[in-house]
Design a protein. Structure first.
Length: 228
């Protein structure tokens, strides 16, 4: 699998979401941060806006649910048009059942871990998932500094993926930019969410291309990158 760059619309202009999606043509997925002001101290958007956005762009939607009661809501985001739905391990009572429901409805199932949540308790669950998201900031806001203490967790997760021979994608989200993406790629990430590093520039599509080039060059020489 080639590396993937997913711009986060949290850093976009919410009054012009359809245009902001067009501004990142060439991106692999559009990362949609759903926040409920309970699981995280911020409030963004919900099912109706995901429905509208999925009609407004051909870029597939990668919905990251930072909400409580994820078991109940995750399938509704697939029905709204999301092609990938990420629930948080810390907000999900039945992750296996929820992942299976997401897949049964035709989307990719993904689970996210906050910075303080270890990967090891979830090793047996990995075959149920299409992607694992390691947060590299505390979820809730764009524009935060990358937590480089997450790099060993990314490395350990990549080792588990290799050990079990899984096709699982490994996504990182938070503070990913031109100055941090290579460290993430070297550690084993292959899907990169970037908000301010894309939408904070004058040319978001060029920023996507630049991040892709950096990550591709790094993974080509990284020890874990067999198959790239
Ligand atoms: O999930 C989140 C924040 O909780 C992210 O998707 C941010 O939107 C990423 O923004 P940058 O750190 O790249 O500016």
């Amino acid at each position: 699998m080639a590396v993937q760059i997913n711009p986060s619309i949290l850093s976009a202009d919410f009054s012009r979401l359809a245009e902001e999606a067009k501004a990142v043509e060439g991106a692999d997925w559009l990362h949609v941060d759903v926040m409920d002001n309970h699981f995280v101290p911020n409030l963004t958007l919900g099912v109706p806006i995901v429905e509208s956005l999925s009609r407004a762009t051909d870029i597939p939607l990668d919905c990251h649910l930072m909400i409580e009661d994820a078991d109940r809501w995750a399938p509704q985001y697939v029905e709204a048009g999301a092609r990938s739905v990420t629930f948080h391990a810390e907000a999900c009572a039945a992750p296996v059942r929820t992942a299976r429901e997401i897949r049964a409805k035709g989307a990719r199932a993904s689970m996210a871990l906050k910075p303080a949540t270890p990967i090891e308790p979830y090793e047996d669950l990995l075959p149920e998932l299409d992607m694992l998201l390691i947060m590299t900031v505390e979820p809730g806001f764009g524009g935060q500094a990358f937590l480089d203490i997450m790099l060993p967790k990314i490395r350990r997760t990549r080792e588990l993926i290799s050990k079990h021979g899984l096709e699982l994608w490994l996504q990182v989200d938070g503070g990913v930019s031109a100055s941090t993406i290579e460290r993430c790629a070297e550690a084993g990430a292959d899907v990169f969410v970037a908000g301010s590093a894309v939408y904070g520039t004058d040319d978001p599509a060029a920023a996507v291309r630049m991040l892709r080039n950096q990550a591709t060059e790094t993974t080509a020489t990284a020890g874990w990158a067999c198959g790239h």
